[in-house]
Ligand binder design. Structure first.
Ligand SMILES: Nc1ncnc2c1ncn2[C@@H]1O[C@H](COP(=O)(O)OP(=O)(O)OP(=O)(O)O)[C@@H](O)[C@H]1O
Ligand SMILES: O=P(O)(O)OC[C@H]1O[C@H](OP(=O)(O)OP(=O)(O)O)[C@H](O)[C@@H]1O
Ligand SMILES: O=C(O)c1cccnc1
Length: 495
C-alpha cells in the first residue's frame, strides 16, 4: 500500500493551518527541537458498543515516512499573507521545513486489536514541532478507519459467519472516504468489496452482482438473466426484484435450468427491497424445489448490524449480505472523536514536565506522562486493561482504577499474564516494525474478539470492559489536576 498511488502530490500540506503556524512559533521560540510526547486516543466506544477495533496504522506510517515539504508546498506557504499583507512565514522557517524529515519515535497498537476509551492508539515522541505538525493527518486517518473497522466488526459479528460484501463506494464520503472505508471494513471483518480500485490497491477480493438497469435494458427480465448468464456461466447472481421479486426468482430458476446443459451454475440471487425475511424464505423454497440448494441468497437495501440481527431472528434465509451506505458512512455515528494530546515535555536538564489539558468534564481531562497500555489475560480471555506511565515505577500491587470513578477499582493478582499493547513502530523516523498484511490483521481481529466476553461484544447495552488507569498514575493525575486548579497552571515535574 502506498498513498502516492492515490495522490500524486505531497501530503505535507494535508493539515490544519494552525499546525503550521504553531510550528513557525516553536521555531521562532527555539522550541522546535524540544522533546515532546503526544498520545492519540478516543473517549467513547462508537455506536454505543462495548469495544473498538484499531485501524489505519499502515496509512499513518506511510504518511509519516513520506513527510517532506516539496518546493511546490514551500512556494504555496511562501505566498500566504498575514493581516498586513506581508508574508505569513519568514524564509528561514521555510528553509527549515525544506530540510524537515520525520524523526520521531512512534509506538502504536497494531491494527485489528480491540481497544477501549482513553487508551493511546498511537504515541509520538520527538521534536515538539514535528510531533505537533502530524496531529491532524494522524487523526484523519485513524479516526475514520477505526470507526469503520468497528462498524464492520459489528456487522460481521451480526452476520454470524455468513459472507459480507461491502457495497458502499457510491455513498462514501468522497474518493478517499471510499478507499479508506473499504480497507477498514476489510480489517473489521467483511469478506469482499465491490470497490475495484481498493481491490487492486489493497489486495481485497472483489465481488458483485448486477444493477436494476441491466434488467431494464432488456426486453424482459428473463432475457436479461439469460444474457448475464451467457457472459458469466460460473459467477452469476441475478437481481430479482426489478418488477416482482418472487416472479423474478422464478425467472432466475427458468434461466438457470435452460442454461444448465451448457455447464451454467446459478451462483445466487439478490433481494434488494421488500420484506427480506418473507422473500428470502419463499425464494429459498422455490430454489430448493428446483434443486438449486447451493444457490446463495444475497440481500441488500440499507442494511446494518441491527437489521441483520433482526432478520436472522425472524428466520430469514439470507446467507450473503451486501452492505453499503450504513457501513461506509458509519451512518449512526459519523465520527469517532479521537483526539491527540500533549502529555509531557522534556526540559534541557532532562526532566520531564507533565502536561494535561483540564476540562470541566473529568472525562475530557487528558492524561499526563509517557503512556503504555497493559492488557491482563487468562485462559478464558481478556481480564482488564491498565494505562500506566512509563516514567514512574509501578507499585507492587497492581490496581486498575476506573478513569472517572475511583470507587471502581480492580486488583490484579501478582503473576497474572499480560501484554503491553503499544509496540515500537518508528525509531528516529525509521521503520522498526514489520507491518502485517491485511490477512494477518483480519486474523488478529478475529482472535481478539474471541478473547472478549460475549457480554462486551453484544450490540445492545454491552457490559463495560474494565479499562482504566493504574492507581499511582491515577493519583499523579489527580494531584496534577489539583495543582493546576490551585495555581492556574501546571508545574509538576516528572522523572
Ligand atoms: N423483515 C424485515 N425486518 C426488518 N427490517 C427489514 C425487513 N425487511 C427489510 N427490512 C429493512 O427495512 C428497510 C426497508 O426500507 P424501504 O422501505 O426503503 O425498502 P423498500 O421500500 O422495500 O425498498 P426500496 O425503497 O429500496 O425499493 C430496509 O432498511 C430493509 O433492509
Ligand atoms: O443499500 P446499501 O446498503 O447502500 O447498499 C448498496 C445499494 O446500492 C445499490 O442500489 P442503489 O442504492 O444505487 O439504488 P436503490 O437504493 O434504489 O436500490 C444496491 O442495490 C444497494 O441497494
Ligand atoms: O454488485 C452489487 O450488487 C452492488 C454493487 C454496489 C452497490 N450495490 C450493489
Amino acid at each position: 500500500m502506498n498513498l502516492k498511488k492515490i495522490y500524486s502530490t505531497s501530503l505535507s500540506l494535508l493539515t490544519d493551518l494552525y499546525q503550521i503556524t504553531m510550528a513557525y512559533g516553536y521555531w521562532k521560540q527555539g522550541m522546535a527541537e524540544q522533546e515532546a510526547v503526544f498520545h492519540l486516543y478516543f473517549r467513547k466506544n462508537p455506536f454505543q458498543g462495548g469495544y473498538t477495533v484499531a485501524a489505519g496504522l499502515e496509512y499513518a506510517v506511510d504518511y509519516l515516512q513520506q513527510l517532506q515539504f516539496t518546493e511546490e508546498d514551500l512556494a504555496y506557504l511562501a505566498g500566504l499573507k498575514d493581516g498586513r499583507n506581508a508574508p505569513l512565514f519568514e524564509q528561514g522557517f521555510l528553509d527549515y521545513l525544506r530540510e524537515l524529515r520525520f524523526t520521531c519515535d512512534v509506538d502504536a497498537i497494531p491494527e485489528g486489536t480491540v481497544v477501549f476509551p482513553n487508551e493511546p492508539l498511537i504515541r509520538v515522541r520527538g521534536p515538539l514541532l514535528q510531533a505537533q505538525l502530524v496531529e491532524t493527518p494522524l487523526l484523519t486517518i485513524v479516526n475514520f478507519q477505526t470507526l469503520i473497522a468497528t462498524k464492520a466488526s459489528r456487522i460481521a459479528e451480526s452476520a454470524k459467519g455468513d459472507q459480507v460484501i461491502e457495497f458502499g463506494m457510491r455513498r462514501a464520503q468522497g474518493i478517499d472516504g471510499a478507499l479508506a472505508a473499504t480497507r477498514a471494513a476489510y480489517v473489521g471483518g467483511v469478506d469482499a468489496t465491490s470497490n475495484v480500485l481498493a481491490g487492486q490497491l489493497f489486495d481485497i477480493p472483489v465481488r458483485g452482482t448486477h444493477a436494476h438497469s441491466w434488467v431494464q435494458a432488456f426486453e424482459s427480465e428473463k432475457a436479461a438473466f439469460q444474457a448475464y448468464g451467457d457472459a458469466f456461466p460460473h459467477d452469476s447472481v441475478f437481481l430479482v426484484d426489478t418488477y416482482n421479486t418472487l416472479d423474478g426468482v422464478r425467472h432466475a430458476i427458468e434461466v438457470a435450468r435452460s442454461l444448465q446443459p451448457s455447464g451454467f451454475k446459478l451462483n445466487g440471487i439478490r433481494l434488494d427491497s421488500g420484506d427480506l425475511t418473507y422473500l428470502s424464505i419463499e425464494a429459498r423454497k422455490l430454489l430448493d424445489e428446483a434443486g438449486l440448494m447451493e444457490t446463495n441468497i444475497v440481500a441488500s437495501n440499507d442494511l446494518n448490524e441491527h437489521i441483520i440481527s433482526s432478520l436472522k431472528q425472524e428466520g430469514a434465509r439470507i446467507n450473503v449480505w451486501g452492505i453499503g451506505t450504513q457501513l461506509v458512512t458509519a451512518y449512526d455515528q459519523p465520527a469517532l472523536g479521537g483526539v491527540y494530546k500533549l502529555a509531557a515535555l522534556q526540559h534541557t536538564d532532562g526532566h520531564w514536565r507533565y502536561n494535561i489539558k483540564l476540562s470541566e468534564q473529568l472525562e475530557k481531562t487528558s492524561n499526563p506522562g509517557i503512556q503504555q497500555v497493559r492488557r491482563f489475560y487468562d485462559a478464558q480471555g481478556y481480564i482488564a486493561d491498565m494505562i500506566f506511565n512509563e516514567l514512574e515505577p509501578l507499585p507492587e500491587q497492581t490496581l486498575v482504577m476506573h478513569p472517572l470513578d475511583s470507587t471502581h477499582r480492580k486488583a490484579i493478582p501478582a503473576g497474572t499474564a499480560y501484554t503491553d499493547l503499544l509496540v515500537p513502530v518508528l525509531r528516529k523516523g525509521a521503520l522498526v516494525y514489520e507491518l502485517p498484511d491485511l490477512q494477518a490483521i483480519r486474523k488478529h481481529r478475529t482472535t481478539e474478539l474471541s478473547k472478549l466476553h460475549e457480554s462486551i461484544r453484544r450490540l445492545l447495552n454491552p457490559h463495560r470492559y474494565p479499562a482504566g488507569l493504574e492507581a499511582s498514575f491515577h493519583q499523579l493525575k489527580t494531584n496534577l489536576v489539583l495543582e493546576i486548579r490551585e495555581k492556574g497552571e501546571a508545574a509538576v515535574q516528572g522523572r
